[in-house]
Design a protein around this ligand. Structure first.
Ligand code: CA
Length: 193
């Protein structure tokens, strides 16, 4: 698809619209945003490009969120993101509409949980270890509480979420732990759309 170097043809737009939940108007706006972020006109985004997004650079978990941006659609150690991957990733943050069928709602919700799970899985182990939890909590609250307190909170969180007591938090355990949080409200980001 010839969308990466500046022009987004009507055909490109229509094809993309059919495969994702964004309107063609939203896709146009996202493309403008993509080109703006792609300062060197490479046709893809790198880590340093996303680091310039103010919402992310100001977020204490920004580095982990950016990591998830690359990993959820590009796999582990992915370093480049084309417009298609950018759109697919941002779709995770879309509000789940009320009339969405139950199975589709579940799929969209899972995509949100998976995104956060990858933020926490610092060691790429497909589980969250105590060390992962400690690292993420240090990013979130390390400026305000001591390393000992952070470690105590990490240990407590692990004990609460690790239902089968194998010492790590699996994806299913993580999903259960997030159950009471309204992810749809918390993770809806209006990226220029
Ligand atoms: Ca476990």
């Amino acid at each position: 698809m010839g969308t990466t170097h500046g022009t987004l043809t009507a055909e490109d737009l229509e094809a993309l619209h059919k495969e994702c939940s964004f309107t063609t108007h939203q896709l146009r706006k996202l493309h403008v945003r993509f080109l703006h972020l792609d300062k060197d006109n490479k046709g893809y985004l790198q880590l340093k490009d996303l680091q310039l997004i103010p919402e992310l650079s100001l977020n204490p978990l920004g580095a982990r969120i950016i990591h998830s941006f690359f990993e959820v659609k590009g796999g582990p150690h992915c370093k480049e993101m084309n417009f298609r991957q950018f759109v697919d990733t941002l779709a995770i943050f879309q509000h789940i509409k009320k009339n969405t069928p139950a199975d589709e709602r579940e799929r969209l919700y899972d995509a949100k949980v998976n995104f956060i799970f990858k933020c926490y899985d610092v060691s790429y182990s497909n589980t969250i270890t105590t060390d992962d939890m400690n690292k993420v909590l240090t990013m979130m609250i390390g400026n305000h509480v001591s390393p000992e307190q952070t470690k105590a909170i990490a240990d407590k969180t692990m004990i609460e979420a690790d239902v089968d007591r194998d010492g790590v938090i699996s994806y299913d355990e993580f999903k259960k732990a997030l159950h009471s949080i309204d992810l749809d409200a918390k993770m809806t980001i209006r990226f220029a759309v």
